[in-house]
Design a protein around this ligand. Structure first.
Ligand SMILES: [Zn+2]
Length: 119
């Protein structure tokens, strides 16, 4: 699954050429304008008590080790919990869609997802 998206993202970036340097700045502005989306129930529980409990549960389940693709077969401590399928791509807060992840791995993955979301 992950290998397919990686290949198509590379192809998209190559075909867009130099224009990509301008685009992200505009997208960032758009994200900031949409920030107070929590009122509509989107991201409900994020930062709240249920999410924190779920987070602790997932970290414990995964042995506090990073479960990301880059860390397969490696031992790296996890500090955070990652959505395997991002929420904006239809992923849920179900434990089956969650895994323990290292802070650095998480920020790299989030960056990659943001790039994908912008097209
Ligand atoms: Zn990792």
């Amino acid at each position: 699954m992950a290998t397919c998206t990686g290949a198509s993202a590379t192809r998209a970036r190559a075909s867009m050429g130099r224009l990509t340097t301008l685009k992200p700045r505009v997208a960032t502005l758009g994200d900031r304008l949409q920030a107070p989306a929590e009122q509509n129930g989107y991201g409900q529980g994020r930062g709240g008590r249920p999410w924190r409990r779920l987070r602790a549960q997932v970290l414990k389940r995964d042995g506090f080790m990073c479960q990301c693709e880059q860390c397969q077969g490696r031992v790296l401590i996890a500090h955070e919990v990652d959505h395997i399928t991002p929420v904006f791509e239809g992923g849920t807060d179900d434990p089956s869609n969650l895994r323990a992840i290292n802070r650095d791995c998480h920020s790299l993955k989030t960056q990659a997802e943001a790039k994908r979301a912008r097209g």
